[in-house]
Design a protein around this ligand. Structure first.
Ligand code: AKB
Length: 312
């Protein structure tokens, strides 16, 4: 079997996708490529490389006879606003390098887009698959342009590149770093550790979200779908749950005492530029996407897993 390469292996998504890939295809077939947060002991194939180091990435592809690449490296929305130049370089040049290598070495590619590709001119309720993309963050611009690049490589080079517009992903193993939807993860840590949370968006803020297990399941399902089923080569809308920030707090309060103060900061503007809910009917129709976690199930799973992790 040709090997599967995962870049950004130890980020929020990579650290949960890799164990599932290992179980499904065997540890000897999955190569984790990381630069940050590399665990002291990693039980699998590990390569250390920065995504902008094209030569090194090429050597890794050749060395392992790769057939598939999950290119997960990305600087997220809020962090991206602190250094837009670096965000462009990592997100766009990184993707372009991977797509070029994929053409040369005949790799199938997964690349994550995001609801950040949308902007204030996009319809915010039940956002359609094909709609206006006028993002206002550098992260969103790299997602919009990246989608265009993936589509172009499919048309021009017949590259089998597939993508999802992830909503905010809620997970307990690894914390997200520098996103706008991070409040929906941070609230769980603070609820368990301190019983109070200072939320950086208004309580009325509604954003599309998804539990990590659903995100991983969607990613693998998309990549395993027959090529003729894939009708979207920019990026598929993907949805599970949408809730107000205070609805999340209320659901957590059913399990433990929690006081929440809402003190919006610069991230509010980013949240207000994104959709509230997403129409993902293309994904459901084309490759059978179904989410499994609603708000109540997601909150129970998060609290159970985090309590174990934090010994609380
Ligand atoms: C972020 O908040 O930047 C990310 C995303 C929605 O892509 N979680």
């Amino acid at each position: 079997m040709k090997k599967i390469i995962v870049t950004g292996a130890f980020g929020q998504i990579g650290s949960e996708l890799i164990p599932v890939l290992n179980d499904r295809y065997g540890k000897k077939n999955v190569v984790a490529v990381g630069h940050h947060n590399i665990p002291k002991s990693y039980d699998g194939i590990l390569e250390k490389a920065e995504i902008t180091d094209l030569k090194k990435i090429e050597r890794i592809i050749k060395k392992h006879n790769a057939g598939i690449i999950y290119h997960l490296v990305s600087i997220l929305s809020a962090k991206g606003e602190k250094d837009p130049q670096l965000t462009w370089q990592v997100n766009m040049n990184g993707l372009k390098n991977i797509l070029d290598l994929a053409v040369s070495y005949n790799l199938k590619v997964f690349w994550p887009s995001s609801i950040a590709a949308f902007g204030p001119t996009t319809p915010r309720e039940n956002t359609p698959q094909i709609t206006v993309l006028e993002p206002t963050t550098m992260y969103g611009i790299t997602k919009m342009a990246g989608e265009g690049l993936c589509h172009y490589y499919f048309l021009k080079y017949s590259l089998d590149v597939r993508s999802l517009r992830y909503p905010g992903i809620i997970s307990w193993k690894t914390e997200p770093g520098g996103g706008t939807t991070d409040y929906a993860v941070a609230i769980f840590y603070e609820a368990i550790i301190k019983g109070k949370y200072r939320c950086f968006v208004k309580k009325e803020t509604i954003l599309p979200m998804m539990y990590m297990d659903d995100a991983v399941q969607a990613t693998i399902k998309l990549m395993e779908a027959p090529a003729q089923k894939i009708t979207i080569r920019t990026s598929y809308n993907l949805a599970a749950i949408s809730f107000r920030a205070d609805e999340l707090a209320q659901e957590i309060q059913k399990h433990l005492p929690l006081k929440v103060e809402y003190v919006p900061d610069h991230r509010q503007k980013i949240a207000d530029s994104w959709p509230k809910s997403i129409d993902d009917s293309f994904a459901r129709r084309d490759w059978g996407w179904r989410h499994r976690y609603d708000l109540a199930k997601m909150v129970s799973a998060m609290l159970k897993n985090l309590r174990k992790k934090l010994n609380k």
